[in-house]
Design a binder for this molecule. Structure first.
Ligand code: INI
Length: 156
């Protein structure tokens, strides 16, 4: 029997350029997500000069900025980092939904991986837990996902 062909992405970042989109809303949490993402990129061998950090007002603005970054042709992967907290907003579902739907759409339309590191939580406590405390750092996880996806897409 012939061998199964297995394709998967590695976590070693080959030559690639990354854009991080960071929301200013809930900035004290998002800053920790950015630190987590930068830490993973650095430890995976990504040079600082290959990383561009873009600040946006809130999660709702991310898809448009991601679309523009993807269309620029300057980036191989995009990492979106934000925090939408239900307790803090009556339009939680709207902001969180549009953000994640829009980011997915940009990724599909552009063919560029967009890591969704936008926390959607019930409380500030849950957001803190996911931003570098007891539930890990979702910013770092999003960065790792994008590294893997860039490598995988190059093999397909
Ligand atoms: N933006 C966030 O990133 N997180 C939130 O929790 C949030 N809340 O609570 O409303 C939020 N709102 C702002 C939104 O993203 C837009 O910036 C705003 O609606 C202007 O378009």
């Amino acid at each position: 029997m012939s061998e199964i062909v297995t394709l998967e992405g590695n976590l070693t970042a080959a030559q690639a350029k990354y854009a991080i989109i960071a929301a200013r809303f809930n900035g004290f949490i998002v800053n920790s997500l950015v630190s987590g993402a930068l830490d993973v990129l650095k430890r995976s061998g990504v040079a600082e000069s290959d990383v561009t950090l873009v600040h946006v007002p809130g999660a709702y603005e991310m898809p448009l900025v991601a679309q523009k970054l993807a269309a620029s042709g300057r980036f191989d992967g995009i990492i979106a980092l934000g925090a939408v907290i239900r307790g803090a907003t009556p339009h939680f579902d709207f902001v969180a939904g549009e953000c994640s739907k829009g980011l997915a759409q940009v990724s599909l339309d552009s063919g560029i991986p967009v890591g969704n590191g936008v926390l959607t939580t019930e409380s500030i406590e849950q957001a803190i837990e996911r931003a570098g405390t007891k539930a890990g750092n979702k910013g770092g996880e999003a960065a790792q996902t994008v590294i893997e996806m860039i490598d995988l897409l190059r093999k397909l």
